[in-house]
Design a protein around this ligand. Structure first.
Ligand code: ADP
Ligand code: 5GP
Length: 225
């Protein structure tokens, strides 16, 4: 695949993908890899009132902000969607997403099921990808293996997961995160298929078809010899 920013060059607005999964499934790991292997695909950076964990960087993993600033952004209508998850607030800034889409980048929001519902209810066209772990036991292992959460937090995340998994049918695609690279490959295939839709390719197709309307070079010289 070409690495030039073909979408920006062709003037189409970017596509908006939503990826949701129970905490610990591996959605962040998957999407971080996905944006490395698929050109012109950007992961949106959320705002959160949660404190940064060891190793997390402001402006890289999240925009870490105070609860006061988060509430002010809610009041100002700055969020495309926001939700309270495990006692902290998380949101997607409408202006950040819009700037990326307007520049022709396809964008992935890695957000929980509440946030996904809000984006859909605004009538915004999205492509939803739900990610499931291979089993509840694997999810528990991954939460423990990540060693970012206390025992209480792990229990809470597993309880919430039981409700979240029922939401899968609200999404257009389902990916089971069994082995990482094959799962990334399936996600990349979804992005490529969405990019190849006729409604997305229409403008580029019209440019190609325009070239058929001028007489082909061979036709101009034929008959003169
Ligand atoms: P989420 O963003 O869904 O909460 P993470 O991306 O933080 O999940 O992943 C949770 C843990 O599972 C991490 O330790 C990560 O390295 C691991 N993980 C992610 N995908 C896989 C996979 N396919 N196989 C094994 N471990 C995985
Ligand atoms: P964590 O604290 O583990 O990074 O994230 C906890 C949960 O918050 C995850 O389910 C994640 O998808 C969700 N999340 C992260 N950013 C956003 C966001 O901008 N909006 C919403 N609605 N959820 C988010």
């Amino acid at each position: 695949m070409s690495s030039r920013p073909f979408d920006a060059a062709r003037g189409r607005r970017g596509l908006l993908f939503i990826v949701s999964a129970p905490s610990g499934t591996g959605k962040t790991t998957l999407v971080e890899r996905l944006v490395q292997v698929v050109p012109n695909l950007k992961m949106s950076r959320s705002y959160t009132s949660r404190p940064a964990r060891a190793g997390e960087q402001n402006g890289v993993d999240y925009n870490f902000i105070s609860r006061e600033r988060f509430d002010a952004m809610v009041r100002d209508g700055a969020f495309l969607e926001w939700a309270s998850v495990f006692g902290h607030c998380y949101g997607t800034a409408a202006a950040d997403t819009d700037a990326l889409l307007a520049a022709g980048h396809d964008v992935v929001l890695v957000i929980d099921v509440q946030g996904a519902r809000q984006v859909r209810s605004r009538g915004i066209e999205t492509v939803g990808i739900f990610v499931l772990p291979p089993s509840a036991a694997t999810l528990e292992q991954r939460l423990r293996g990540r060693s970012k959460d206390s025992e209480d937090q792990i229990r809470r995340r597993l309880e919430v997961a039981c409700g979240e998994v029922d939401e899968f049918s609200q999404y257009e695609y389902l990916v089971v995160n069994d082995d990482l690279e094959p799962a990334v490959g399936r996600m990349a295939a979804i992005v490529q298929a969405e990019r190849a839709r006729v409604k997305v390719m229409r403008r580029h197709a019209e440019e190609i078809i325009e070239t058929f309307k001028a007489p082909p070079p061979g036709a101009r010289t034929s008959g003169k010899a």
